[in-house]
Ligand binder design. Sequence first.
Ligand SMILES: Cc1cc2nc3c(=O)[nH]c(=O)nc-3n(C[C@H](O)[C@H](O)[C@H](O)COP(=O)(O)OP(=O)(O)OC[C@H]3O[C@@H](n4cnc5c(N)ncnc54)[C@H](O)[C@@H]3O)c2cc1C
Ligand code: FES
Length: 275
Amino acid sequence: MKVDFLPVPARVEAIERAVPDNHLFYFRPETPMAVEPGQFVELSLPGVGAFPGSAAAYPSSTEFQACIRRAGRVTSALYRLEEGAPVGMRGPFGNGFDLEAFAGRDVLLVAGGLGMAPLRALLQALLDRKKDFGEIILLYGSRDPAALLFREELESLARRGQIRLRFSVDFVTDLPWSSEGFFCKVGLVTGLLEDLRFAPGRTTAAVCGPPALYSCVLEELASLGIDPGRIYATLERRMKCGVGQCCHCVVGGRFVCRDGPVFSLAELRSMEGAI
Ligand SMILES: Cc1cc2nc3c(=O)[nH]c(=O)nc-3n(C[C@H](O)[C@H](O)[C@H](O)COP(=O)(O)OP(=O)(O)OC[C@H]3O[C@@H](n4cnc5c(N)ncnc54)[C@H](O)[C@@H]3O)c2cc1C
Ligand code: FES
């Protein structure tokens, strides 16, 4: 296999700073690059370094959106850039979500924190072909109301009947907490599954969030009756090459960068140390 390790030159086109330390960046690559929901690119800052970032929007070959958390050295350097600054993009990498696995079925999306970003891309892809899917339910948990990503956008979709939406927050100062009539709960996102009306036998689920979310939600969804082969999660591992060459991301004998990052629960059960 020929591997091109040279990044495509790109520019920071716009930055939305709605949520502190979780800004939405718009990148414009010089060469068209469509990154599907669940796929990622290696974003590089000249003279600083590179890191993987997932697609936060349904693909456009001329624009790549990523919601990036200010985590450490390279992402902090990204936060210091202005619009128009040069960056590099290598990819797209990974398998992404297989939309056919959702076709003709209800969809349950479970997001925790920044995990909402890749699921936003999937949600946009599903809504683009809405008639091919059943009801779409989104359960989204965050630290506090101010940290909810894309809140207005999601509420607008729910108001128009495109999705059924439930929020949870770990912490809130004003009780009772409500958001324009949408169901909101104080507690973990798993609490949103209690008393949720849905049909597990005809549902495909996608889950994205921190590791602690996976350890409680994935098996819970299976115990509610969703087929483990139809429960998907995206894994995050430290990565270097992104193309199955350096072995940095291997878990349970699988390359997260190349075979994933999206795996079904049926696969994850046989990958020791994955969750
Ligand atoms: C496939 C994939 C997709 C990703 N998509 C996004 C995205 O869309 N938005 C986003 O904000 N982040 C995303 N990440 C995580 C992001 O790549 C890291 O936060 C980034 O590498 C941090 O780089 P840094 O140099 O700023 O921080 P560093 O200085 O390298 O690290 C800062 C802190 O984050 C921890 N850390 C760094 N990388 C990881 C990791 N992969 N897993 C667990 N802990 C880590 C370090 O241990 C350290 O505590 C993704 C990671 C992967 C593997
Ligand atoms: S990141 Fe190099 S093998 Fe996966």
